[in-house]
Design a protein around this ligand. Structure first.
Ligand SMILES: [Zn+2]
Length: 518
């Protein structure tokens, strides 16, 4: 069987989704889990776009061993120098450089003639090749480029030393049949293409990202770029778990192997959801809560008689352990940490102690603590030490005749900020009190409550999306008390806003113009 390389761009393209920005520590956590999952390449970020990006890429290149570490660079010397610097200590490094080749991008965005673009691509690849052993080149907006010109560009960059040619469907416009045909023409029109690996990078604007990626592999592509949970620009990228499981389940017609350990899929998906604050939809293929739930009586009956009647893959094959280990208030710190390590969340001492204290609080109110609960408990604590605000206490007066009134106290930088406010309901009152205590003016865009595990004592998880300074920030909070979960979610969104501000301090503004890369 031929091997397909899995290139994960959760930390680069995924992190670009509005509201998904991660702290440097959180990126390292995700990268470490991607290494355990067994992806071949981790795209760690776009180093020149900000000091925060550079720091994240450097940390991952220094500490994560196993997969190749790739970073993005425009076809400019200063970008490539910065990329090479970020990768200095990587075990296996790759520079991923890109340049637009579609008529619309060349004319309106780059304001360059095709011949100039050709020369620029070649020069950039040669320059990068002198810095690292492996260079990937992406013609941005590839699927809307003219094929003869695209083939000329590819031929030149291969001669200049590029060994991976990535064809991005940047705007998510192509379809499986059209994309196969497009790739066929590229293979045909580029004489030296056998010297390189063809890769694809599909966006999901029409919900076709995974289908297009599968079609591409059948047409000869041997690297596929994906993200965990399919997060990414706009409607996202091809989802890692869906693509990998399509290849695994349909080996009969897709005879390709991948290096991913599918049993790590469930953990990875939960970890990324917790860290980014983007919940996994219930009906999401492979990792959604309902992905393996049979509701119709006739289906349940069939599955009980013989699983394969309605099940094309088992939950165990993606690491969803049905016989979950249940922890309770008598579980010790040691058992707690062991279980977290098994779930792919090894914590440092201090983090573990804090998370354990929170676990005990929850175990006191809720007798049985499930794996899914552990994900939310831990993600509540990741990167906490760098947070600006913390919720010290809240009190709420509410009822069917009284006007809901909330009092909150927020701690920040040694200060205590306390205020009371009323609202249309208790949640609204809490949010108003928080805004007032910090002197903020925000707009709540979205509020979603979900039970993490079944039962009346379930942990409720609240996701909010808040607009501050004309940007959207997502926050998550969990508790057995829904009002407390709401307050935590809101404070979490405010912390992401603060982290975003801190990360962008010192950004070179003009460098960000093309941040929406490939
Ligand atoms: Zn992309």
């Amino acid at each position: 069987m031929e091997r397909v390389t899995i290139f994960d761009t959760t930390l680069r393209d995924g992190e670009q989704s509005p509201g998904a920005s991660m702290s440097v520590e959180q990126k390292l956590e995700v990268a470490s889990q991607l290494a355990r999952l067994g992806v071949d390449v981790i795209e760690a970020g776009f180093p020149i776009s900000s000091p925060h990006q550079l720091e994240g890429c450097r940390l991952i290149a220094d500490q994560v061993k196993g997969p190749a570490i790739a970073v993005l660079a425009r076809a400019l010397e200063k970008d490539i120098d910065c990329a090479a610097d970020a990768l200095r200590n990587a075990e296996h490094s790759r520079i991923h450089t890109f340049l637009a080749t579609s008529p619309i991008h060349m004319e309106y965005k780059l304001r360059k003639k095709p011949e100039e673009v050709l020369a620029m691509a070649e020069k950039a690849v040669r320059y990068a090749r002198n810095k690292v052993a492996e260079v990937e080149f992406s013609p941005e907006d590839g699927t809307r480029s003219e094929i003869p010109f695209l083939c000329r560009v590819l031929e030149k960059v291969i001669d200049a030393g590029a060994r991976i040619l990535n064809i991005p469907d940047t705007v998510g416009y192509t379809t499986p049949g059209e994309f196969s045909e497009f790739l066929r023409k590229i293979f045909e029109g580029t004489p030296n293409i056998h010297k390189a690996v063809v890769s694809v990078h599909c966006h999901n604007d029409l919900g076709l990202a995974v289908a297009n990626s599968v079609a591409a592999v059948l047409a000869g592509a041997r690297q596929v770029e994906v993200t965990v949970n399919g997060i990414g620009e706009r409607a996202g990228n091809a989802s890692l778990e869906e693509f990998v499981m399509a290849l695994t389940v349909r080996k009969d017609i897709l005879p390709f192997s991948v290096g991913v350990n599918t049993k790590q899929i469930w953990n990875t998906s939960r970890l990324v959801a917790s860290i980014t604050g983007f919940p996994i939809p219930r009906n999401k293929p492979i990792t959604g809560e309902n992905a393996f739930a049979h509701e119709a009586g006739i289906h349940q009956d069939g599955v009980l008689k013989k699983r394969e009647t309605y099940e094309i893959m088992t939950p165990e094959s993606v690491g969803r352990d049905v016989s979950q280990l249940v922890l309770g208030r008598h579980s010790g710190l040691h058992g707690f940490r062991n279980r977290l390590a098994e779930l792919g969340m090894p914590l440092l001492d201090e983090e573990a102690n804090k998370a354990y204290a929170r676990f005990l609080e929850i175990a006191d109110r809720k007798k049985e603590v499930y794996d899914d609960d552990l994900y939310v408990i831990v993600s509540d604590h990741l990167g906490k030490e760098t947070e600006t605000y913390s919720l010290d206490y809240f009190n709420i007066q509410s009822g069917n005749v009284a006007v809901p009134t909330a009092t909150v106290r927020i701690l920040s930088g040694g200060g205590r900020f306390e205020e009371a406010a009323t609202g249309d309901g208790p949640v609204d009152a809490i949010f108003n009190a928080i805004d007032r205590s910090l002197g903020l003016s925000t707009k709540l865009l979205e509020y979603v409550v979900q039970a993490v595990t079944p039962g009346r004592q379930a942990i409720g998880e609240v996701s909010v999306s808040v607009e501050i300074d004309a940007r959207k920030f997502v926050g998550r909070g969990a508790s057995t008390d829904i009002l407390e979960a709401s307050a935590r979610a809101y404070v979490n969104a405010l912390n992401r806003w603060k982290a975003y501000q801190a990360a962008r301090k010192g950004d070179r503004k003009e460098e960000n113009e093309e941040h929406d890369a490939v």
